[in-house]
Design a binder for this molecule. Structure first.
Ligand code: F0G
Length: 466
């Protein structure tokens, strides 16, 4: 492995005691010296960093330039690893920060204090496009012809859309069999990705795709790819932009493989170090209780980043016990049905940067919160609603104050998983039991039940009057 050739942008081992650097031209998913995850890092002092975040507003008047149009690349001076002509974009990141009085009320906030960041409005319907545009750019930089990922559904949909629209590379996606919502599976199939259903769950699929990528020299697009996380930083820039460059008090995000939370922490650490923000918001990462590795390790066992001195023995014991007990992730929020988050270390660093907290929420809490998000706005898939359910829990505990300014990240579009939504609202008890009851959901407090009527005008009018 060669040391960083390009002195302005380079890959760097996240472990402070190692700190090895590598060129951006290398395809790496772990430090070849010590095996830890890699970050992108920059020689900021020699780069044209804006002196004020308002400088990004100049891009708004230049929307015919695809790079200024993109909600990721209009911030490219904060992820400067590619030359403009290398960048792959399909217009990602046109997402909005929507204040929601309705959802705010549900969470227990004062009016106007809760906003929802709708990342489901991305081209493939989830936040993943923020990262995939960056990974696709790097894949083009290194001339990759084949790319792969394991996925609970959204990463695969995102990778597949970038491949089908740009035709730069072919794609193979690995998914756990029976573990993916149909909206997401239909995307991978429609976008012509080679789709491999591994008998097992996401944790199995991720392990296999890493082996296959190594074996065959395939470009890997899971969030162990440090370039992907650079793109995901921009979700935070857009929130600041929407808040007139003000910093919220809380960012609340669902946690699965922990790529997003890691990217958010990096974004804020960099902005602070560059003097572009004066303070860092607090970060709340929300696990589903059926996939709560981070919650258990961070909140119950006190695992911390600790300046890079992580207690590895604690993590080893935890995963060994998980294996011995044959414990598998199990939640209706299939996007975050993950027990072995690959970005655990990076997320611990982010939690330290952002004075973070972690909570777990049940599937019942997730589905109730999802119904409230739908009733109050654009809607989201189950995993995304974990952020709202988590904010509600933190508000009830008094950790979040009613006057705090809170942003919940809605990571995926409502139409990704219509089965869960229909089962929740349905008056068909059998359907409810089959889809939700078997997973521990007992009630549908916010169900909006469809009404069945005979094909008869009087009966229809009567039903409306009722
Ligand atoms: N929300 C949604 C809708 C997701 O698809 C994911 C992850 C997450 C939250 C969790 O984000 O991994 O950054 O903590 N989905 C991955 C996938 C694992 O394969 O699509 P994270």
């Amino acid at each position: 492995m060669s040391p960083a050739a390009d002195p302005l942008a380079f890959q760097k081992c996240l472990h402070p005691a190692c700190g090895a650097t590598f060129s951006v031209d290398e395809v790496l998913t772990a430090c070849p010296k010590c095996g830890n995850l890699l970050d992108l890092d920059y020689e900021w002092s020699r780069l044209p960093v804006p002196s004020n975040l308002r400088e990004f507003e100049a891009a708004w008047s230049n929307r015919r330039d695809p790079l200024d149009y993109s909600g990721v690349w209009r911030f490219r001076r904060l992820l400067p690893f590619a030359r403009d002509e290398q960048i792959v974009t399909i217009g990602e990141g046109q997402t909005i920060l929507q204040p929601s009085i309705h959802v705010g009320h549900y969470v227990g906030m004062n009016a106007g204090c809760l906003s929802l960041q709708y990342e489901g409005l991305n081209p493939s319907g989830s936040f993943k496009d923020n990262g995939m545009t960056a990974a696709s750019t790097h894949a083009r930089m290194v001339g990759a012809k084949m790319a792969a990922c394991a996925s609970t559904g959204n990463t695969s949909a995102s990778l597949a859309i970038y491949a089908s629209t740009t035709r730069l590379f072919r794609v193979v996606v690995f998914i756990g069999s029976g573990k993916i919502a149909f909206g997401k599976l239909s995307q991978a199939l429609d976008y012509e990705a080679r789709t491999v259903q591994v008998e097992g769950d996401f944790d199995d699929a991720l392990q296999r795709v890493q082996e296959v990528a190594r074996e065959r020299g395939i470009y890997l697009c899971n969030s162990v790819n440090p370039f992907r996380l650079e793109g995901q930083k921009t979700i935070m820039y857009r929130i600041l932009e929407a808040m007139n460059w003000d910093v919220p008090d809380w960012i609340v995000v669902p946690g699965g493989n922990l790529g997003n939370s890691s990217a958010f922490g990096k974004a804020f650490a960099e902005l602070k170090a560059l003097g572009l923000i004066s303070r860092i918001p607090r970060l709340a990462v929300i696990n589903a209780s059926g996939a709560n590795t981070l919650y258990q390790l961070y909140e119950q066992q006190g695992l911390r980043w600790n300046g890079g001195q992580i207690d590895h023995a604690k993590i080893d014991v935890f995963f060994r016990k998980m294996d011995v007990d044959g414990q598998r992730a199990d939640t209706l929020a299939s996007a975050i049905e993950i027990n072995r988050p690959v970005n655990l270390h990076k997320c611990l660093r982010a939690l330290e940067t952002c004075d973070g907290v972690v909570r777990e929420v049940t599937d019942q809490e997730i589905l109730d919160a999802k119904a409230q998000v739908g009733a109050g706005g654009f809607g989201c898939e189950p995993a995304s609603a974990a952020s709202v359910a988590g904010a509600r829990k933190l508000r009830a505990e008094g950790v979040i104050a009613p006057s705090d300014r809170v942003v919940c990240i809605l990571t995926g579009h409502q139409l990704k998983d219509p089965d869960a939504t229909v089962a929740y609202h349905s008056s068909d008890r059998e359907l409810f039991e089959k889809k939700l009851g078997t997973r521990g959901v007992k009630t549908a407090e916010f169900a909006n039940r469809p009404v069945s009527v005979p094909n008869d005008l009087d009966a229809i009018l009567k039903a409306l009057d009722d």
